[in-house]
Design a protein around this ligand. Sequence first.
Ligand SMILES: Nc1ncnc2c1ncn2[C@@H]1O[C@H](COP(=O)(O)OP(=O)(O)OP(=O)(O)O)[C@@H](O)[C@H]1O
Length: 311
Amino acid sequence: MSVIIQVNHLSKYYKELKAVDDISFTVNQGDIYGFLGQNGAGKSTTIRMLLTLIEPTNGHIELFGMDLKKHRKDILRQIGAVIERPDLYKYLTAYECLSLFARMSGIRANKQQLMAQLEQVGLQERAQSKVKTFSQGMKQRLGISVALVHDPQLIILDEPTNGLDPQGIADIRNLILQLSKQQGKTILISSHLLYEIEMTANRMIIIDKGKKIAEGSVKELFDPSSMLIQVSFANTAEVAVQLQHSKWKDLIKTQEQNNIVFQMDEQQVPALTADLVNMGAAITALQPQHSLEAYFLALTTANRHVDTFTN
Ligand SMILES: Nc1ncnc2c1ncn2[C@@H]1O[C@H](COP(=O)(O)OP(=O)(O)OP(=O)(O)O)[C@@H](O)[C@H]1O
């Protein structure tokens, strides 16, 4: 399996602001790699550095085994990217638009080839309609078609489902899966929605305030054996002492005044609650949460509080 993107200790500072702070990650050939983070986490900044639109403050980027600084042109030729809402010529038809971009990229494509490309993004029946009549989702799909016109190996999509309706979101998701499965493209997709990444990506990174929080396979990160179970008690201190002499001791993640958080397989929960009751625990609440979901929810909630106070 060859490595397509290798990022080492990448940072971008804007004066004191560390927009991207020492992140490293690897994208392998054939990956749908999810880049997950709240607004302002540093996703776009990282993507812009991968596309040489901005200079890193520190760090090293290799694409297709080549140093990005030294082989910029050769590398960019193999990338197709949609990083903002695609700005397309609204008075042209979808076909004319694609044909224009193909010529601008020096690609000689005949009508049949261009129609096949429009078919790939589900726009063959609207090939002769003007772009101004398109929904946001259709414009996004045409934008992706334009990015694919030179048959790149790597596709980079920055928040491709932002502002789309549910049907538009589903269309983009299916398109991404199809590009990966049927054409073996490597895809990097950013999103602020955990769900979006879970539905499409096989590997992912989570960043927050420019820093890497987690990286790994989506399966691993969503592993049911890493559920967090928060149990609240009226008598936490007493229960904590009893737990130290039990088999549950090693599964305790944190302990606070009113609750104890365990990390365990979901299937162990009934046995845990039975043992706790036997120990005389006065359970007032029990909340199971997937660790990643719990983590991400905590981030979102924290940000919402900030928004409430600052808006
Ligand atoms: N040119 C710039 N000058 C100063 N600060 C910047 C600049 N570009 C980005 N930032 C800041 O860097 C941080 C990361 O921004 P970035 O756009 O990478 O986040 P993001 O994860 O893509 O979020 P969003 O989805 O909102 O774009 C933010 O705090 C942003 O305000």
